[in-house]
Write a protein that binds this ligand. Structure first.
Ligand SMILES: NC(=O)c1ccc[n+]([C@@H]2O[C@H](COP(=O)([O-])OP(=O)(O)OC[C@H]3O[C@@H](n4cnc5c(N)ncnc54)[C@H](OP(=O)(O)O)[C@@H]3O)[C@@H](O)[C@H]2O)c1
Length: 250
């Protein structure tokens, strides 16, 4: 379904990004894998390229470095003839009461979750608008926000929730601006997913709020939502998908 399209997936070296890259490649897309850990990206590209479907290529880049991001986007577009889909997924999290927080953790969360999205989006937008006027007639910008981009799940989610509210607002503004150009800006807002982010051992991380051990989402569940968005026909835009583990209440 995504044959002859190129997708950039940030944060492809683990968790949701890995699952999204695999799912887009399974649909036939060529996937440019962005993250800092080159070894992980190379391993993933080899695994994807050993299967049927689209090809994958690693681009080691730190999303907080605007110049490096622009260079990587230009390389990916040049290598694969444009960019049809951008999945802004790279992210990090810090959870703690404000009275115990380290200010540098707050700043680095903003740097990755907000400025990282701005850096990648700014560099990719000209390619997306160009792709939308090409044969496919539509391009996709999907941002992985969070349930915490819609509401404040706990007080300890303070800065994380602030960054996700920020990218959700930014994405909705882009949607309004780009709708007529057929660039579909959409949000995927997961509840708790089993990844390195939630199993890092941070005392107030989301999985630590799960003492009853209910079943969490898998990265593949989020990837299914992304594929649903980007495989709609040209006239239909799925603007927002919020998904939680069945038993997650807040
Ligand atoms: N897990 C959840 O419960 C959950 C729920 C809602 C939303 N989300 C969101 O989903 C997204 C993916 O998270 P995840 O749960 O899959 O976490 P994860 O397994 O920790 O993956 C995070 C990814 O982001 C990349 N990344 C982090 N900092 C980066 C930087 N400076 N430059 C480039 N890449 C960077 C990491 O790659 P490198 O370290 O190799 O750079 C990694 O590939 C995040 O935006 C997160 O906020 C997660």
């Amino acid at each position: 379904m995504l044959k002859n399209t190129t997708a950039v997936v940030t944060g492809a070296s683990s968790g949701i990004g890995t699952a999204v890259a695999e799912a887009l490649a399974a649909q036939g897309a060529t996937v440019a894998l962005f993250a800092r850990r080159r070894d992980r990206l190379t391993e993933l590209a080899e695994a994807i390229n050993a299967r049927d479907g689209g090809r994958a290529h690693p681009y080691a880049v730190d999303v907080t470095d605007a110049d490096a991001v622009r260079a990587a986007i230009e390389s990916a577009a040049g290598d694969h003839g444009g960019i049809d889909i951008l999945v802004n997924n790279a992210g990090s999290g810090t959870w703690s009461p404000a009275l115990e927080a380290d200010l540098t953790d707050w700043h680095s969360t903003v740097e990755v979750n907000v400025n990282g999205v701005l850096n990648t989006t700014h560099a990719a937008l000209p390619h997306l608008t160009r792709a939308a006027s090409g044969e496919r007639g539509v391009a996709d910008l999907v941002t992985i926000s969070s349930v915490a981009g819609r509401r404040i799940p706990t007080p300890q989610s303070n800065v994380y929730a602030a960054t996700k509210h920020a990218v959700s607002a930014f994405t909705e503004a882009l949607r309004q601006e780009l709708a007529e150009r057929h660039v579909r800006a959409g949000l995927v807002e997961p509840g708790v997913v089993v990844t390195e982010l939630t199993t890092s051992g941070q005392e107030y991380a989301p999985d630590a709020r799960n003492p009853t051990g209910y079943g969490l989402l898998r990265p593949e569940d989020v990837a299914t939502a992304v594929v649903f968005m980007v495989t709609q026909p040209r006239h239909a835009a799925v603007n927002e998908i919020l998904l939680r583990p069945t038993e997650q209440v807040r």
